[in-house]
Write a protein that binds this ligand. Structure first.
Ligand SMILES: Cc1ncc(COP(=O)(O)O)c(C=O)c1O
Length: 449
């Protein structure tokens, strides 16, 4: 190092940069890049099977025609809407409002919609706004999505875990955590939940649990942050109304993503924030408008070109993404079944290896009798040729996690079979090495690496 070089030490930078949560996504991506031939049972990305570059100009065109024909814009206005800096809250807010009404039964004023650079930005905006001072804390059902934990770190908002229980949230624990935090002088602002096929647990809340959760939120005066990227992939099960559709008291801030239902590369998501906010001068506005102020200083506006592509797809399907994703839903349901059946075939009557059986979504959690960490993932990728996600990435402060997450979304049926063969070999080798469970009698599963 030369004395005159502008070298920095992490100790002199934002403290959260040392936090493992912030490195989680990059680490998992790097492992996947280093072992491109390993079977990607880790990736939560959507299937590329139905991606088509030709859709992009088609959707763009459909959106421009909508601006002209439905909204009466002149040619010059259309060009400006799509190519110029634009409205901070977005240009597809009316289509988003229509979409959530048709697909989710959520009736919301388009002015309550903020179109964001992916759901990830929506999380950041909401957490930034809710974090007023060091007394504020966020609650989150644990295990939880690492993107949420990371966003909370960026705004110095501590995350307190709430137990998942059998129904997607343990409501008694929720109340206990809220009261404990308040007794310690802190302010629980909101609880982050994924009622539909949660990432990573795969669990969903039944209707009764959703209703009771809304009651608890009201009684205890906290907001609910509902994140719902997987609701449309409900397999053969009936859909249960979202919390926001059941919400009569504006308790729920709804976070939406088009990454799984339109295109992840567009990086478009949104937040529905219809809460009323009273300003110091007595004026009452929408929470969405407060979020818009933050957004104007973060990303200025979500790329109108990307919004136009998403808007075009919405228009092409009458704003119903449920029907637009029929093929995707069938694909993911088939893959999920293949993983669950494949595990049952490979670990029959084996009390030491258990797994969840979700009704939909992307994820299955496998519990084994030994510690599962990043080092084991590296070995799995290098020596066994299969990728998965250590569940430790989804816990804020738990060590010695003995489970891993499998994803069904970015693999073919044949890859699932091969990946599970490889996983069985890894698990059995590991059990032999650690003297845990049935692996002592390891059966020499098919000769994968
Ligand atoms: C639960 C959850 N929320 C949000 C996101 C991020 O969505 P986006 O790509 O729109 O930022 C993901 C992505 O995998 C997710 O699993």
């Amino acid at each position: 190092m030369n004395d005159h070089d502008a070298d920095l030490a992490t100790g002199t930078l934002f403290g959260a940069l040392e936090d493992p949560a912030l490195n989680s996504m990059n680490f998992l991506n790097e492992v996947a890049i280093r072992y491109p031939d390993a079977i990607p049972l880790a990736a939560g990305r959507p299937s590329e099977e139905f991606f088509d570059l030709a859709d992009v100009p088609r959707y763009l065109d459909a959106f421009c025609r909508y601006l002209a024909d439905e909204l009466g814009q002149t040619g010059e206005q259309v060009r400006r809407t799509v190519l110029q800096y634009g409205r901070t809250k977005g240009i597809i807010h009316e289509l988003v409002a229509k979409n959530v009404l048709l697909d989710e039964g959520i009736a919301v004023d388009p002015e309550s919609v903020v179109v964001t650079a992916g759901c990830q930005e929506a999380m950041f905006l909401v957490l930034r706004a809710l974090r007023a001072d060091e007394r504020d804390v966020l609650l989150a059902v644990s295990p939880t999505y690492v993107g949420l934990t990371g966003a909370a770190r960026l705004v110095d908002l501590p995350v307190r875990p709430v137990r998942t229980g059998e129904h997607g949230i343990d409501l008694d624990d929720l109340v206990a955590v809220i009261r404990r935090e308040r007794a310690a002088g802190r302010r629980p602002r909101a609880c982050y939940v994924m009622p539909d096929f949660a990432n990573p647990s795969g669990l969903s809340m039944d209707l009764e649990t959703r209703r009771r959760l809304l009651e608890v939120a009201e009684a205890e005066d906290v907001l609910l942050l509902e994140d719902n990227p997987y609701g449309l992939f409900h397999g053969d099960s009936d859909r249960v109304p979202t919390l926001k559709a059941l919400d009569r008291r504006r308790r729920v801030v709804y976070l939406g993503s088009f990454a799984k239902t339109v295109l992840p590369g567009a990086r478009v998501g949104y937040v529905l924030a219809d809460q009323r906010v009273a300003a110091a001068d007595g004026a009452v506005g929408l929470f969405a408008d407060q979020l818009s102020k933050i957004k104007s200083m973060l990303t200025v506006n979500t790329s109108p070109i990307a919004q136009a592509v998403v808007g075009g797809r919405l228009l092409a399907h009458g704003c119903r993404l449920a029907t637009a994703n029929a093929r995707e839903r069938a694909l993911y349901a088939g893959n999920l079944r293949r993983i669950v059946d494949g595990l049952a075939e490979r670990f029959p009557r084996d009390p030491d290896v258990t797994w969840t059986v979700p009704a939909g979504g992307f994820f299955v959690v496998v519990t084994v009798g030994f510690a599962v960490d990043d080092r084991l993932l590296e070995r799995s990728a290098r020596d066994y040729g299969v990728l998965w996600t250590p569940m430790g990435h989804f816990y804020d402060s738990v060590t010695d996690v003995r489970s891993l997450r499998l994803s069904c979304s970015a693999v073919s049926g044949a890859q699932i079979d091969l990946g599970l063969d490889r996983l069985r070999k890894l698990i059995n080798d590991r059990r032999s090495a650690t003297g845990t469970g049935r692996g002592r009698l390891a059966d020499g599963a098919p000769g994968e690496p």
